[in-house]
Design a protein around this ligand. Structure first.
Ligand code: SAM
Length: 308
């Protein structure tokens, strides 16, 4: 089945999608790949710290991201009593929401490689009164330390784009699923980003530099093949556009202006250029002055049941 035949658009977020021309180019060849992996591992270590957790608390409270979680939960369809794994759980929004669905007899193991994110999860669990249902565990997505076939479902939202060994991570997720267990992945192809700016060439340089911070900036088109390789069967896929058509300080896109600017500077873009890019966007407060869209892609993959 071709992917285009089973992609459907969320009714809440129907949008005209324009692919950015001149998608960012990545270094090629084994040496370039190795040095890129080493840079990424070093950068990742300090990236998801307490400040980042506080920032995600705000950005992921945006209504469009809450809606993305609602869509994710709808396709996951967690049932009371199930045991689920949230891979790269961040500050724990989804883990705590899923705790309500699996109920008191179920369990969500919320994993992340950042101790600061897990501290934010503990705080959220306490605030939301779901202690006993959500268990925060420090774990790398590419080295899951859980027993084979020990989860009814696993979910990984906006995580695999940061994971250099994504094939190993998918194999690990498949391993810990029970037969018929499902894996739901939501990830972004940053080539689908459309952002209205006054200087498209400068904008392209910022986005290209920002891509350098991601291990997998264009993962979604490869996911059906990678999931198949991991022994899973893709049963559903859809696009979830994140769309902002006016400047709103509480929106997802306005929330990522600062982190995008900082990331581009870390990746070597001149500070003055990154600052000018951010200042342009932040001045777009008038009616009709602001437009942002990026596609999330959601996949449901199932572990086959052994034939009798
Ligand atoms: C953009 S946040 C997404 C958080 C959460 N899944 C959500 O959608 O709300 C990415 C998260 O992935 C985590 N992460 C990055 N690389 C990871 C890895 N190799 N293993 C586990 N977690 C990782 C980060 O610490 C961060 O919490």
């Amino acid at each position: 089945m071709s992917i285009s035949r089973y992609i459907v658009f969320s009714n809440a977020h129907r949008a005209q999608i324009t692919l950015a021309s001149g998608a960012p180019s990545l270094a090629r060849g084994p040496e370039a790949v190795n040095s890129r992996r080493a840079r990424l591992a070093a950068a990742m270590a300090g990236k998801f710290d307490a400040a980042s957790a506080a920032r995600l608390e705000k950005i992921y409270a945006a209504p469009e991201i809450a809606e993305q979680r609602a869509r994710t939960r709808a396709v996951l369809a967690a049932r009371p009593g199930e045991r689920g794994l949230d891979i790269g759980c961040g500050p724990g929004f989804l883990a705590c929401e899923l705790a309500g669905e699996v109920g008191p007899s179920g369990r969500i193991i919320a994993t992340d490689s950042s101790p600061d994110m897990l501290a934010a999860v503990r705080e959220r669990v306490r605030r939301e009164g779901v202690g006993g249902r959500v268990e925060p565990v420090l774990s790398d997505a590419a080295a899951l330390a859980f027993r084979d076939a020990s989860f009814d479902f696993a979910v990984a939202v906006q995580v695999y784009l940061y994971v250099p060994d994504v094939e190993g991570a998918l194999a690990g997720a498949a391993r810990v699923l029970r037969p018929a267990g499902r894996l739901v992945i939501v990830d972004t192809d940053w080539g689908s980003c459309v952002w209205l700016t006054s200087d498209p060439a400068r904008h392209q340089r910022v986005i290209e530099a920002r891509m350098g911070d991601f291990a997998q900036p264009h993962l979604p088109p490869r996911l059906p093949g990678l999931l198949r390789k991991a022994g899973l069967h893709v049963s559903h896929a859809e696009a979830i556009p994140v769309l902002n058509v006016r400047y709103d300080p509480d929106s997802f896109s306005v929330g990522i202006i600062g982190p995008t600017k900082e990331s581009a500077i870390r990746q070597g873009l001149p500070q003055a250029e990154a600052e000018a890019w951010a200042a342009d966007l932040k001045a777009r407060t008038g009616d009709g002055d602001y437009f942002f869209s990026v596609n999330r892609f959601l996949f449901v993959a199932r572990k086959p049941t052994p034939s009798p």
